[in-house]
Design a protein around this ligand. Structure first.
Ligand code: DOR
Ligand code: ZN
Length: 463
């Protein structure tokens, strides 16, 4: 017998509460396919019913556009506090998210100072209040043992770095993992892991371009660290961040772990560009590896799509390759790039909705990402005839560049947060009332398939 909370989230037996604030009518992505429905939204911002509505509330018909659940990006870096503000802030990054159809972001702890204590977490949470356009889940870094119990009472999840990267000089060593897993198993919180094994990084020849970077931090260093994750005790709610190869996909699927892939690893290779704007950790791989990853994504074998939005100022990317920072922006382009792929028949829309909306929401324990009664009415209206291209300097991020310059995109026309429109005609019209959120339900709960990696792949859903 499912719990009442679970029944409410899955929609069974949900009771409309309060009055209906808005009825959105049109073709909507519901239960794995597009169908004509009316979505009743309560004045509490939750979906009351999906189907035919008899009475109440103002009605808006979206015409030829479609209604989709808004996306959840469980991997972003907003550089706040500590900057550089020329790259991003909570204020700018969350507006970029809203414009890109992302309604909730998981913000990483490698800011300055790093979020290793409750005090550092509180300082960051204060910066979200009154400045965020969408909701923000703040990860913590569990690397200071005496600060951990207090930190765990605040954070929405943890992020572990197993290799050096931006603002991480001393990563967690493999010998420390068993003790860390034991401590973390007390909290039932999501744990995302940057998996590269620095012992397998190569120093020669010195990297001077993205191909050299791929040799410097090779696929075998990633595979080695992914194997450590498969040895972690269960049930820990792990997610392997930015997996770059089909071999990694196979390993993690066999182990039953959640994992993500990014648009840059799915769509770009080591030859897509020759300067540091294509320098990222883990590196862009060979075209053969990229294609293998993309094919796995198209077959529905990758549970989660996440941007690893990691903006750096344009000037810093103009430094000599070895001195330039790693990371690319992506929160505003992630869903629009993939909606264009879906429009062109290269990607099934249903599969995209599961990977970009439903699974990341479930992994973070958030009642969004699905058009179903009891869920928050965080929805997009998308007109698939409105194609455009990425222009880096027109993006909201002050960094002003994108590795996807010139790529075709379909941007959401409208974005509703709790039933209130925050994007209209592709422009941000909302307020800065985004909240700090924590998981509302535990692993497996609210996940109809029982596991974040499981679940059927919806059939071709058409646009
Ligand atoms: O390329 C990267 N950039 N990889 C990371 O792990 C961190 C990120 C950043 O924060 O810049
Ligand atoms: Zn990252």
């Amino acid at each position: 017998m499912p719990s009442p909370a679970r029944r409410r989230r899955s929609g069974e037996g949900a009771r409309p509460s309060g009055s209906t604030a808005l009825i959105l009518a049109g073709r909507a992505f519901v239960r794995g396919r597009l169908q004509s429905v009316e979505i009743a939204i309560g004045d509490d911002g939750r979906i009351q019913s999906v189907g035919k509505v008899r009475s109440g509330g103002p009605r808006r018909d979206v015409g030829d556009a479609v209604i989709l659940p808004a996306a959840v990006d469980l991997h972003v870096h907003l550089r706040d506090p500590g900057g550089p503000a020329e790259a991003e802030t909570i204020a700018t990054g969350t507006v970029g998210a809203a414009l890109g159809g992302v309604t909730l972001v998981g913000e990483m702890p490698n800011t300055r100072p790093p979020v290793t204590s409750a005090e550092a977490w509180e300082e960051k949470a204060r910066r979200v209040e009154g400045r965020a356009a969408v909701d923000v889940l703040l990860y913590g870094s569990p690397t200071v043992p005496r600060a951990l119990p207090d930190l765990a009472r605040h954070v929405g999840g943890f992020k572990l770095y197993l290799s050096p990267t931006t603002a991480i000089e001393t990563p967690v060593r493999p010998a420390e993992l068993p003790d860390l897993w034991r401590r973390l198993s007390e909290y039932r919180l999501p744990i995302s892991v940057h998996a590269e094994d620095p012992a397998l990084f190569r120093t020669e020849p010195p990297p001077v371009d993205p191909e050299g970077w791929n040799q410097h931090r090779p696929v075998d260093s990633e595979m080695s660290a992914l194997r450590w994750l498969t040895e972690a005790p269960r049930p820990l709610r792990l997610n392997a961040a930015h997996v770059t190869t089909a071999e990694g996909v196979r390993l993690l699927r066999e182990a039953g772990l959640c994992f993500e892939a990014t648009p840059h690893h799915l769509l770009l290779s080591e030859r897509s560009g020759s300067d540091a704007r294509h320098k990222v950790n883990p590196p862009l791989r060979s075209e053969v590896e990229r294609r293998g990853l993309w094919d796995a994504f198209r077959r529905g074998e990758i549970p989660v799509l996440a941007s690893d939005h990691a903006p750096h100022p344009g000037d810093s990317k103009g430094l000599p390759f070895d001195r330039a920072p790693s990371g690319v922006p992506g929160v505003e382009t992630m869903l629009p790039l993939m909606l264009a792929k879906a429009r062109n028949g290269e990607l099934d829309l249903g599969l995209l909705m599961v990977a970009a909306c439903d699974r990341p929401a479930r992994w973070l324990g958030q009642p969004v990402g699905r058009i179903a009664p009891g869920h928050r009415a965080n929805l997009l209206v998308v007109d698939f005839t409105q194609r455009s291209t990425v222009v880096g300097r027109a993006l909201r991020s002050p960094c002003g560049w994108s590795p996807f310059e010139g790529w075709e995109v379909i941007r959401p026309r409208e974005h509703y947060r709790d039933g209130v429109r925050i994007v209209e005609a592709g422009e941000f019209v909302g307020t800065t009332t985004g909240r700090v959120v924590r998981p509302e339900f535990a692993p497996g709960e609210g996940d109809d398939e029982g596991s974040p990696t499981g679940g059927p792949v919806p059939g071709r859903s058409g646009i």
